[in-house]
Design a protein around this ligand. Structure first.
Ligand code: ADP
Ligand code: MG
Length: 379
């Protein structure tokens, strides 16, 4: 297939910040973008050439998107697989419905890892209380996670034993779940890569991620893991992409427990921990998403700088008395090697991802110190 070239129009399912960065990357390359998202205030919709404000299963809107766009991608894993299948009848859709379906359901995801010999935490699928009564006692202590629609630590309960697991399962109203053994984590890393139609892969450097209240807080790239661990993580991520027949940008989260790698989950889209690629790599994860979508050769994924990315949550919009006000951005703009990205969300809420900043440089210790100082300066 020959590449779809500018000024073609591309479609994006989902209007959050990941979609917004896709729009910005596509615009720089000369493409136009239509975004489908029901939220009238969607960050990607605001940046797009056209914002279709409709649900993901609104077939009239899907028809419009399919007829107006030369190719379509997604920025979130919970888009119905039926929607992707339907659009694929008319235009190239990348990643495919099949790949997204694996990543959007924890049972399918962990079964995929198990059947492809990829290291992961021991788990059991849970559909009924009876399943919980039968699981091996060696799984405890464990985490019960709803199979679908969990994110940022939502839809998860830490359970010490079978009784607690049964109580938590009732709390999730009997929704399908996985019960996963709790690993003792040394730290967490992720690998973002892009894979094209021909199976060529470009891997970004692995980043080291820390979370606060279940939400990604800081990413350090490259991760402070041994070269051997980073290489193995990249190899595993490449195997996952190949086994999924994946085309597009893929994020793979890993645990490192007692020095060993375990895959935690996959995101069939750019990943929050890959924001650093915008400011520190030759090609960003969003430009790679565009390139894979339109059939262009992938760009160089090499990092030209070391980077530390800090997420900015809505919490810092609130002062000690609980009043909402805009943080003093001049403090961040004063730092010459800091890149501030705000997503244009109108309403701040605690825990809501409002923006991020990336500090870049050559000395990892200095970059981390500068990012830590910048974060205390802003609240
Ligand atoms: P989410 O979709 O919310 O990102 P994850 O499965 O990645 O869900 O879990 C969120 C966080 O919870 C992980 O980044 C990790 O810190 C912790 N966690 C999840 N599963 C385990 C586990 N099996 N053992 C130890 N910690 C875990
Ligand atoms: Mg996760």
């Amino acid at each position: 297939m020959s590449a779809i070239l500018p000024p073609a129009t591309l479609g994006m399912l989902g209007g959050g910040q990941l979609g917004r960065f896709f729009v910005l990357a596509a615009h720089e390359m000369g493409y136009q973008v239509w975004v489908l998202d029901p939220d009238p205030a969607s960050p990607a919709g605001a940046a797009a050439d056209r914002h279709l404000k409709a649900a993901f299963d609104d077939y009239a809107a899907l028809d419009e998107l399919a007829h107006g766009c030369a190719a379509i991608s997604t920025e979130f894993e919970n888009v119905p697989a039926d929607t992707l299948d339907y659009l694929a009848k008319f235009v190239p859709v990348r990643p495919s419905a099949d790949a997204v379906a694996v990543c959007q359901n924890r049972v399918a995801e962990k079964s995929f890892l198990a059947s492809h010999g990829i290291p992961h935490a021991p788990f059991a699928p849970i559909n009924t209380e009876a399943d919980l009564r039968e699981v091996s006692p060696t799984l405890f202590p464990a985490i019960l996670k709803v199979a679908r629609f969990g994110y940022d630590g939502k839809g998860q309960a830490r359970v010490a034993n079978r009784d607690e697991a049964i109580a938590a399962f009732r709390g999730f109203k009997g929704e399908a779940c996985v019960l996963e053994q709790m690993l003792s984590l040394d730290y967490e890393i992720s690998v973002v890569l892009a894979r094209d139609e021909a199976g060529q892969v470009k891997c970004f450097p692995a980043s080291e991620n820390s979370h606060s209240r279940g939400i990604l807080d800081v990413s350090i790239a490259p991760a402070r893991a041994t070269v051997c661990l980073r290489d193995s993580a990249q190899e595993i991520a490449e195997k996952i992409a190949a086994d999924l027949g994946y085309v597009g940008t893929l994020g793979v989260e890993f645990f490192i427990s007692r020095g060993e790698l375990y895959v935690n989950e996959m995101a069939p889209r750019p990943h929050n921990s890959g924001h650093f690629t915008v400011d520190a790599c030759v090609t960003s994860q969003y430009e790679q998403q565009v390139r894979a979508l339109v059939g262009l050769p992938l760009g160089d994924a090499r990092a030209h700088s070391v980077a530390v990315m800090v997420n900015l949550l809505g919490d810092i919009w609130f002062d000690a008395a609980g009043n909402c006000r805009e943080p003093d951005w001049s403090r961040l703009f004063a730092i010459p090697n800091l890149k501030l990205h705000l997503y244009g969300k109108r309403h701040a809420r605690p825990g809501r991802k409002m923006g991020h900043f990336t500090v870049i440089g050559t000395d990892p210790v200095k970059v981390l110190a500068a990012a830590t100082a910048a974060r205390s300066a802003i609240g």
